[in-house]
Ligand binder design. Structure first.
Ligand SMILES: Cc1cc2nc3c(=O)[nH]c(=O)nc-3n(C[C@H](O)[C@H](O)[C@H](O)COP(=O)(O)OP(=O)(O)OC[C@H]3O[C@@H](n4cnc5c(N)ncnc54)[C@H](O)[C@@H]3O)c2cc1C
Length: 392
């Protein structure tokens, strides 16, 4: 087992770290204004392209970087150091778009890879969150295509995106199906844009779709494959959340340890106090643990681990990393004292930013259900040991 970076991985991490350093100075502006001006976003987009970090998850033949999951993790952990979810200016179109047909690739995916179009993923509804089988949005066949009606909540990047990937139920069986819907299609409107705990670089509006007419060419994949495509998206996205959580935690520890070395109280640096030392040590141990697990599961995913097992292991990585990052950032706030509560300090922003990682893309409770379901169906071996298991 070799846990060192290859030269190519080290170079990739260097590029991601350069990009993070370039974006970092905009954090406070983003926090104060809940976003960045268009000209800044355009400048940052140019930098993303220059460093070849656009669409890292999309196939190279479509213009993406075609990175394996482990390499994507290496990029995301660098970008995860950024506050205000500024990692999201480095666009990574939804994995479900890999199911696009030739015409959809030309119309949506290639422009999305180049950063000329932006997608958002609209599954959750007011009455359907953890249990997305409860969605009420319907797509009724009308002879020419479909008429979509419903409402979608929490649509991340919905303010900027120019097309939505909408999950709707088709036919009497309400077969879950994904549709590509241009945002300017008649009947698509933003109902309202709630504010959230974090000051995310983009927003999460609520969309209403009222009798939105789309042709048959709007179906992504096939009718009835929406749940499957969404689950595929979850696996990789949960690993990316774990990676970014590790990055956020590392930034918090780096800020807190520097502060503990330089801040003096009672005539000595904070770091000379054992209670502070314990918090720093616990934070370091949390970070190495979450990072090791995330790398392991990403590598197993690349090695072709069976999908059900990778689904459960990605759930473990997301839960372990998001909960550990929450502890690390909380300690960092404590070490900063009153300044840890001031918005101009990165640890305060990380404290707000990191909380959602235990909620979105499936809550910690739902991840635990996925893990325990795997245990009850196939036992613990695959889960608790690296894959592939040695032959008996
Ligand atoms: C900032 C933000 C951005 C988001 N972006 C998107 C997006 O882009 N697209 C999108 O489609 N969705 C998005 N979401 C929605 C997100 O995925 C859901 O909020 C999440 O899945 C939880 O659903 P819910 O909020 O309806 O909570 P609920 O499902 O109502 O759950 C409430 C609580 O009950 C618990 N619970 C539920 N069922 C069980 C159970 N069986 N056993 C034990 N506990 C249970 C949950 O863990 C949670 O603690 C976003 C959410 C947020 C906050």
């Amino acid at each position: 087992m070799d846990s060192s970076y290859t030269p190519a991985q080290a170079e990739l991490k260097w590029r991601a770290s350069e990009l993070a350093k370039h974006i970092m100075p905009y954090e406070q502006h983003c926090d104060e204004h809940e976003g960045l001006p268009d000209e800044v976003l355009a400048e940052l987009a140019g930098h993303v392209l220059e460093l070849r970090l656009n669409a890292i998850n999309m196939p190279a033949e479509w213009g993406g970087q075609g990175l394996c999951v482990l390499d994507q993790v290496l990029v995301q952990e660098e970008l995860g150091q950024l506050t205000n979810a500024l990692w999201d200016v480095v666009w990574r179109p939804a994995n479900a778009l890999r199911a696009a047909d030739r015409a959809q690739v030309e119309r949506y995916v290639r422009p999305a890879v180049r950063g000329e179009r932006r997608d958002c993923y609209a599954v959750t509804e007011e009455g359907a969150g953890s249990d997305f089988t409860g969605i009420r949005t319907v797509a009724v066949p009308d002879g020419e295509g479909f008429r979509i009606s419903g409402q979608k909540w929490f649509v991340t990047v919905g303010d900027t995106a120019d097309f939505l990937i909408v999950m709707a139920g088709v036919g009497p069986e309400r077969e879950p199906t994904l549709f590509l819907v241009d945002r300017d299609t008649p009947g698509v409107r933003v109902e309202r844009t709630p504010r959230y705990m974090h000051a995310f670089v983009y927003k999460h509006p609520i969309f209403t779709l009222e009798d939105v007419a789309v042709g048959p060419e709007a179906v992504l994949g096939d009718v009835g494959t929406g749940a499957e495509l969404t689950r595929e998206w979850f696996v990789e996205e949960r690993l990316m959340i774990a990676a970014r959580a590790a990055g956020a935690a590392e930034r918090a520890l780096s800020e807190a340890s520097e502060w503990a070395r330089t801040r003096r109280q009672f005539g000595r640096p904070l770091i000379d106090n054992q209670m502070i030392q314990a918090m720093l040590a616990d934070a370091a141990m949390d970070i190495v643990t979450m990072r090791a697990l995330t790398y392991q599961v990403a590598a197993e995913c690349d090695a072709g681990m069976p999908r059900k097992l990778v689904h459960a292991k990605a759930a473990m990585a997301k839960t372990v990393a998001s909960e550990a990052a929450g502890r690390v950032v909380d300690r960092a706030v404590q070490i900063f004292g009153g300044r840890g509560y001031m918005r101009e300090y990165p640890v305060e922003r990380l404290y707000r930013d990191i909380r959602v990682d235990r909620i979105w893309e499936g809550t910690s409770e739902i991840q635990r259900l996925i893990v325990s379901n795997e245990i009850s169906k196939r036992g613990i071996q695959g889960l608790v040991r690296p894959w592939p298991l040695p032959a008996p």
